[in-house]
Design a protein around this ligand. Sequence first.
Ligand SMILES: *Cc1c(COP(=O)(O)O)cnc(C)c1O
Length: 389
Amino acid sequence: MKKDTKIVSLGRGGEHAPGMVNVPVYHASTILFDTVAELNAAVAGRDEHILYYGRRGTPTQWALKDALTDLEGGDGCMLYGSGLAAITGALLAFLKAGDHVLMSDSVYGPTRVFCNHGLKRYGVETTYYDPAIGADIADLMQDNTKIVFAESPGSLTFDVQDMAAISAAAHAQDAYVFADNTWATGYYFKPLDHGVDVSIQALTKYVVGHSDVMMGAAVANERAWKQLHRGGFMHGHCASPDDTYLALRGLRTLSVRLERHQQNALTVANWLAERPEVHQVLYPALPGAPGHDLWKRDFQGASGLFSIVMEDGTDDAVAAMLDGLDRFKLGFSWGGYESLALPAKPEQSRTATTWESPGPMIRFHIGLEDPDDLIADLDKGFARYTRAL
Ligand SMILES: *Cc1c(COP(=O)(O)O)cnc(C)c1O
């Protein structure tokens, strides 16, 4: 099956929903058994699709897990109550005191907070690395390095990582490779095909796609699946059936939404790149942008999230620009159908590298509006920006 067929077909109906296009929402905690023999059979089969206990899932969750597993080419999928819970849950399924983690310097902020304040407390040490490191990650590997964590493109600065080179170096030392795949989703990038062992995403963003659900997923290959699965259930991770239903609904239209996000984002990014106020557009899909060649080598497409660096200017000028926008509103969680803007400060979080730019940064999520309206809105914004300088 090609991927467009997959997202429409995977996990649909089956024996639990004969004749129905969509799998029903099963609300369940207790599963009842009539006999000890049936109960024992459920215990024995609890890792398969056999009803055993609500936390272990029902046909609603199995449908989403099966679809995501197949889309990313993995052996299994765990669901979590948020994208961040997927990251922390997957890490904790593998790590123990004394272990070492290599973490990309442009990783999602809350992942960094978890490493610095959570993992540290459990006796796990984190070293941050330059996202552009590639095969040289080998120089940072220690005897106790258990996980190399990548995020490509990285948060705020959109650095594209050489996943195959990083994976090869990590595997040479027997470490696992995790990747946060939220930006591209399994539709535009398949980390497991590039050597990654665990691919994590905030379903909250593009899979749900309508800004109304928090959920996360981790898909693992054969090497990592057993441990991810055991650890996830040990910690009690599960996803609500109603939210899972909405994630499945979002998944069915992921291809057409992403395609339009990409098309609109390219239109707006190209316009922004020509503005005299803009120093640089950080959108890997844009020819000439940082990471464009690697993106072209590895990705099948781009989503609608990118940043711009201004030529010069102040935070007050950025506020004057953003405060008056009509089509864009300020918000953190992207991936919905609506456009968003946000002032961003990558220089405040990096430690392995420094981020230098001539002016402030703005992150945009380009939604499904007509790009002409978005551009007109930004055009007026630039006038306010210049007046406030
Ligand atoms: C939003 C985001 C997350 C966290 O997802 P939540 O569902 O908000 O917890 C993780 N990684 C990246 C790259 C994100 O953008």
